[in-house]
Design a protein around this ligand. Structure first.
Ligand SMILES: C[S@@+](CC[C@H](N)C(=O)[O-])C[C@H]1O[C@@H](n2cnc3c(N)ncnc32)[C@H](O)[C@@H]1O
Ligand code: SF4
Length: 365
C-alpha cells in the first residue's frame, strides 16, 4: 500500500485542519521534485496492491506532475496491474479533460469531496464549488471511472434534516459506487474554531445531529450502499481496498509532508511542514509499535469495520486469547449493547457504531 500526500488546495475550507495550504506554482514544482526524491530513496520494489493520492487536493497538481509521481512509483515498486489507484479530488478543480487525463494515467478510483449539495451550506463551509458544479463533476467522472466515491458531511452550521434528505436524493440519482459520511469536527486552527469560540456558529444541537446520523446511516443502506465501516458505505464489491488495508493492519508506505508509514513493526512520520519537506528533510520520527499497542490497534481499527475482528486472527497474530486480554472491555460493551460476539467474530452493534469512540477507549490497556 502506498499513500501519497499532496498538501495543496485552491482555498482553505473553513472547517479543515488537514495538512494543506494554498500552494504557488514554484512551490508545487519543488514539492513534486522532493516527493520523487523520497520515492526513489525509499522504494524497495515491493509488491503494491493499492495507491492512494490524498491531501489536500491532489488535483491541484497538473496532469504532468501527477504523471511524474506515478512513474516514480512504478519505477521503484512492483505495482500490481489490478491495483486500486485512488485520487481525491475537489469538484472545483477538475474538468472533462483532466478526468480523461487521470484515467489515462491509470487512476481507477475517484474520491470527490462534495460535503453538501446545498449552495448556502457550501458557502458557509468555504468550498470553491457550487452544488451544480459538484453534480456535473460526478456525472462527468462516471464517464471515465467505474468507481466514484463522494464525501458528505453532516452536523454542519445551519444544516437541517431537509438538507440531508436532498443530499441523499441526489446521491440516489447520481448512483455513485461509494459514499463516505463525516460528522463535522470543530478543529483547532480553523475558521470554524474561532467562530464557534465566539459563539457565532449556528451548530445543530446534539439531538438534531443524532437524527441526522440516524437518517443517513439508515437511508444509504436502503439505497443499496452497504455500511462496511463506521463512516463508509459502498455498493457490493466497491469497498475501498486501500482503507481496508489500514483497518486490518497492513504495511504501508506514506510519501510526502506529514505522511505516515508502517512496516509491520515501526511507524514513521515525515516532517509535516511543506517547506521543510521541500528542503528534502527526510529524517523521520520513529515509533516502535509495542505488542500492547499493536493489540489495541488491532481491536479499535478492526472494530471500525462492520465485519469486526476475528478472535482466531488475534490469536494467530499475538499468541494470546482476545477474551483473556480484552475480556473486561468486551463484557462491558456487550452489556451496554454496543458490542456483539458471534462465534469467532466480535463486532460493533448499530448503537456501538454511533458511540465508537467510547467503545475504543475501553480497548486501551
Ligand atoms: C482531503 S479531503 C477530500 C478531498 C478534497 N480536499 C476536498 O475537500 O474536496 C477529505 C475529507 O475529509 C472531510 N473533512 C475534512 N475536515 C473535516 C472536519 N473538520 N470534520 C469532518 N470532516 C472533515 C471532508 O469530507 C473531506 O472531503
Ligand atoms: S476539505 Fe479538502 S479542499 Fe478543503 S481545505 Fe481541506 S483538504 Fe483542502
Amino acid at each position: 500500500m502506498i499513500y501519497i500526500h499532496i498538501p495543496f488546495c485552491e482555498r482553505k475550507c473553513n472547517y479543515c485542519a488537514f495538512n494543506s495550504k494554498i500552494g504557488g506554482t514554484a512551490e508545487k514544482i519543488s514539492y513534486v521534485e522532493a516527493l520523487i526524491a523520497e520515492i526513489n530513496l525509499r522504494g524497495d520494489n515491493s509488491a503494491i496492491e493499492t495507491i492512494y493520492f490524498g491531501g489536500g487536493t491532489p488535483t491541484t497538481l497538473t496532469l504532468s506532475q501527477l504523471e511524474k509521481i506515478i512513474c516514480a512509483v512504478e519505477k521503484n515498486f512492483n505495482v500490481n496491474t489490478c491495483a486500486e489507484i485512488t485520487i481525491e479530488a475537489n469538484p472545483g478543480t477538475v474538468d472533462e479533460n483532466f478526468l480523461r487525463g487521470l484515467k489515462t494515467l491509470g487512476f481507477n478510483r475517484l474520491s470527490l469531496g462534495v460535503q453538501s449539495f446545498d449552495d448556502a451550506l457550501l458557502k458557509i463551509l468555504g468550498r470553491i464549488h457550487t452544488s451544480r458544479a459538484a453534480i456535473e463533476t460526478v456525472e462527468l467522472a462516471k464517464n471515465f471511472f467505474a468507481n466514484v466515491s463522494v464525501d458528505l458531511m453532516y452536523g454542519l452550521p445551519n444544516q437541517t434534516l431537509q438538507n440531508l434528505r436532498h443530499d441523499v436524493e441526489i446521491i440516489k440519482k447520481l448512483d455513485v459506487e461509494h459514499v463516505s459520511i463525516y460528522g463535522l469536527e470543530i478543529e483547532d486552527g480553523t475558521k470554524f474554531f474561532e467562530l464557534a469560540r465566539a459563539g457565532n456558529l449556528n451548530l445543530p444541537d446534539e439531538n438534531l445531529c443524532a437524527d441526522m446520523y440516524d437518517f443517513i446511516t439508515q437511508t444509504l443502506p436502503a439505497l443499496g450502499y452497504r455500511r462496511y465501516e463506521i463512516s463508509n458505505f459502498a455498493k457490493k464489491n466497491f469497498e475501498s481496498r486501500h482503507n481496508r488495508g489500514y483497518w486490518t493492519g497492513k504495511k504501508y508506505f506514506g510519501f510526502g509532508a506529514g505522511a505516515h508509514s508502517f512496516d509491520g513493526k515501526l511507524r514513521t512520520s515525515n516532517v509535516r511542514n511543506v517547506k521543510a519537506y521541500i528542503e528534502k528533510n527526510f529524517s523521520v520520527v520513529e515509533e516502535v509499535v509495542t505488542r500492547q499497542a499493536a493489540m489495541e490497534e488491532f481491536c479499535f481499527l478492526g472494530l471500525r469495520m462492520t465485519a469486526g475482528i476475528s478472535a482466531k486472527t488475534f490469536e494467530d497474530k499475538f499468541g494470546a486469547n482476545i477474551f483473556d486480554v480484552f475480556g473486561d472491555a468486551i463484557k462491558k460493551n456487550r452489556r451496554h449493547g454496543l458490542l456483539e460476539v458471534d462465534g469467532d467474530k466480535i463486532f460493533l452493534t448499530a448503537r456501538g457504531m454511533a458511540l465508537g469512540n467510547e467503545v475504543f477507549a475501553d480497548f486501551l490497556l
